[in-house]
Ligand binder design. Structure first.
Ligand SMILES: C[S@@+](CC[C@H](N)C(=O)[O-])C[C@H]1O[C@@H](n2cnc3c(N)ncnc32)[C@H](O)[C@@H]1O
Length: 251
């Protein structure tokens, strides 16, 4: 089923980058997902098309006004009645791969990209279903965050990736990091491809990849292993990786 994104943004031109190239542009071109842009300035009633104002209580920066955002969201809702509204915000729920999978299950999303100091709190109370953060840092605007979410979600949709590409083996898709990848030539700058990968033994290759995925996750993101837990077979593989890792360290 085609997924629909409606983005409420003061900078619709930024979203060209999604359409112009790559996996996501092609997926949208093929009708796997649709993108619609709504500029709150088009919903202002004054000649200067004002969308922001000074904060009550004083202080630096500007705050996005309720009315233009409310009316832009209402127009998007009328066009996409099955969609929920998410505000991209550093104060939102932190998105990881499991949340991207959840988001991909909905028929559509209206994404609100903030600017300046953010949006008037009453807009969030009245019009927003969810708040999402892409990380514990502050961006200048929600547009990049919205594009990050769209990229991560659209590549999960059926038909988004080309023949031979798969999101299933990617890092985080099963709670582990991906294994290392190699391509031709078999040796370069004195570094050889692990021999098993050119052995033609598919069972051995699969085993090596599982071992590496478990080992990498243990080395780089032990927190992920703790959250996920391991089967008996995976535990045995990881023990093998740890043993050979310690042997390499000792030399
Ligand atoms: C400069 S920020 C406002 C930050 C706000 N004053 C605060 O500290 O919570 C402007 C906009 O960028 C977006 N933004 C910033 N950081 C983000 C993050 N980590 N995840 C998602 N959106 C973010 C939001 O839409 C926000 O309204």
């Amino acid at each position: 089923m085609m997924m629909r994104f409606d983005v409420v943004t003061l900078f619709p031109g930024l979203f060209r980058i999604l359409l112009d190239d790559g996996v996501i542009g092609r997926a949208i071109g093929r009708g796997v997902a649709e993108l619609h842009l709504w500029n709150p300035r088009d919903f202002t009633q004054d000649p200067h098309r004002v969308v922001d104002d000074r904060p009550y209580g004083g202080g630096p920066g500007m705050v996005m006004k309720v009315a233009p955002l409310r009316d832009a969201i209402a127009a998007a809702r009328a066009a996409a009645p099955a969609s929920r509204v998410a505000y991209l915000s550093p104060q939102g729920r932190l998105l990881r791969q499991p949340q991207m999978i959840e988001i991909a299950r909905q028929p559509g999303w209206i994404l609100l990209a903030g600017r300046y100091e953010g949006v008037d709190e009453r807009l969030i109370e009245g019009c927003v279903d969810e708040e999402w953060s892409i990380g514990d840092y502050v961006l200048s605007g929600g547009e990049l965050a919205a594009m990050v979410v769209m990229d991560a979600v659209i590549r999960l949709l059926p038909g988004a990736l080309g023949h031979g590409e798969s999101a299933v083996q990617d890092s985080h898709s099963d709670g582990l990091l991906d294994w290392p990848h190699y391509t031709r030539p078999p040796e370069i700058d004195g570094r050889a491809v692990p021999p098993v990968l050119i052995s033609g033994d598919h069972a051995a290759i699969e085993r090596w990849r599982s071992l590496q995925a478990l080992g990498r996750t243990w080395q780089r993101r032990p927190d992920l292993l703790q959250q996920r837990g391991l089967s008996d077979e995976e535990r045995a593989l990881l023990e093998e990786f740890v043993r050979s890792h310690h042997r390499d360290e000792i030399g």
